[in-house]
Design a protein around this ligand. Sequence first.
Ligand code: PXP
Length: 249
Amino acid sequence: MTTTEKLRLGVNIDHVATVRNARGGDTPDPLRAARIAEEAGADGITAHLREDRRHISDADIEGLMDMLTVPLNFEMAATEEMQQIALRHRPHAVCIVPEKREERTTEGGLEVARDENRLAHYIAPLRDAGCRVSIFIAADQRQVDAAHRIGAEVIELHSGAYCDAHHEGRFEDRDRELQALREMSTYAHGLGLEVHVGHGLTYETVQPVAAFPEARELNIGHFLIGEAIFRGLQPAMAEMRRLMDEARG
Ligand code: PXP
């Protein structure tokens, strides 16, 4: 595979719902954001239905399933309730993420290696229902191997530590984190896994990751929605797309 293969951009709309929920009303509508993102060339829409429903709601997921023409990547914790919801809607993809109620955002990847049996049983019906199962993990070979063993088709590598190190000016840490992401991207691809990367990506951090030849999709939310406040969602996405294509090119 070469770096000329197109890299998909998945737009995460959770934080449109965060702003809506700050006032408890209907605006801004995350479905409207999803429609604009689709029109602006998003290759997929990502939404995380958290257990505490702090941003995306059940009705949002229903609306997205009815409305979207691009694939929905449904992020969820590995709970019974979420499995039932996913099986009811059968989104194109489900991405299994760790979730702690008190955290501000998804911190770290899923501990697949320590929970292999349960997760293998957990994802089997989702796969049988036709969902592509993705597992959100740190760039750690133990986790990649475990994700492969449980039968996931996709891994999403957590780029949060790389992005945090960059924005905090810890450049040695950043370079080490980036190297780990790069190596695990190659390693996972060698096992036959599709590789996605996401969390914390910005205009400053996206290009080294977009240049990974094995990466097929980046999922980006918080930065894009923030940037959309200043320049609109379509121009914010266009700049991200331009940077991704340039890095690929
Ligand atoms: N990928 C996964 C699995 C996530 O949990 C998140 C955050 O919800 C993202 C990508 C997007 O991260 P960010 O909002 O920091 O761009």
